[in-house]
Design a protein around this ligand. Structure first.
Ligand SMILES: [Zn+2]
Length: 228
């Protein structure tokens, strides 16, 4: 449209990774940054570094992270913009890309519902949105699967959780999640979604909670994987 081109001349849309002006048909990322995304491609392999994190901890069907969290690189920047600068479109877009990849995998293409990891109420209040909800919406859009936000809930707030070691953290998150309306997920293949995977303690606790509902199968996917 003429008006859009005209406006872009003065207020160009910038690539969220490299800040170069986007050209026609580019959205969120320029083509160069899109092709350079450090994809893990773990979704194509049952046995991968993400699924191994959960061995002996939770009975996960399949697990993957979309991108490597390259410190100081494009993924860190994109996730920072999304979470702390409220660039919600960026998060949804990355979720859509992840959903496209998951559809190509026999491990994930039987997903029935998507469930985001719920955010602490206090954090939700400060940030104004749950980043995992946005990613879940993006994945759901490309996979044509509903994202359900009110089934898995947090039952308690834990303080300074990120500063603690893995085992302390597990104690901390244990019993902190609950299920509402279990009939919405009974007998379903659930995709549990979070933004960045580190120790997996929160995802493990969420998966355990979901698996308490009869006949559920739980897989998980995160936008990025930060090796610890
Ligand atoms: Zn770019």
């Amino acid at each position: 449209m003429w008006t859009t081109d005209f406006l872009n001349l003065f207020f160009p849309n910038l690539c969220q990774a490299c800040d170069e002006p986007l050209v026609k048909h580019e959205n969120i990322l320029c083509l160069s940054c899109l092709y350079k995304l450090p994809k893990t491609n773990f979704h194509m392999h049952e046995n991968n570094p993400i699924s191994r994190i959960f061995w002996g901890r939770a009975n996960i069907h399949a697990a993957t992270s979309f991108l490597f969290f390259n410190k100081g690189g494009s993924v860190q920047k994109l996730i920072h913009q999304f979470k702390y600068k409220s660039k919600i479109e960026t998060g949804r877009y990355l979720g859509e890309l992840l959903g496209k990849d998951l559809l190509q995998s026999d491990l994930f293409n039987t997903i029935d519902v998507i469930i985001p990891v719920p955010l602490h109420k206090k954090k939700l209040h400060t940030r104004g949105f749950n980043q995992s909800d946005i990613i879940a919406e993006g994945i759901g859009k490309t996979m044509h699967v509903p994202a359900i936000m009110d089934t898995l809930i947090r039952t308690e707030f834990t303080e300074t959780q990120t500063k603690k070691a893995r085992y302390t953290r597990w104690e901390n998150v244990k019993g902190k999640f609950g299920i509402q309306n279990p009939q919405t997920i009974e007998g379903k293949h659930i995709l549990l979604v979070d933004d960045v995977l580190t120790t997996g303690a929160t995802l493990e606790a969420c998966a355990q909670t979901l698996l308490e509902v009869p006949n559920t199968k739980v897989s998980l996917a995160t936008l990025a994987y930060a090796q610890v």
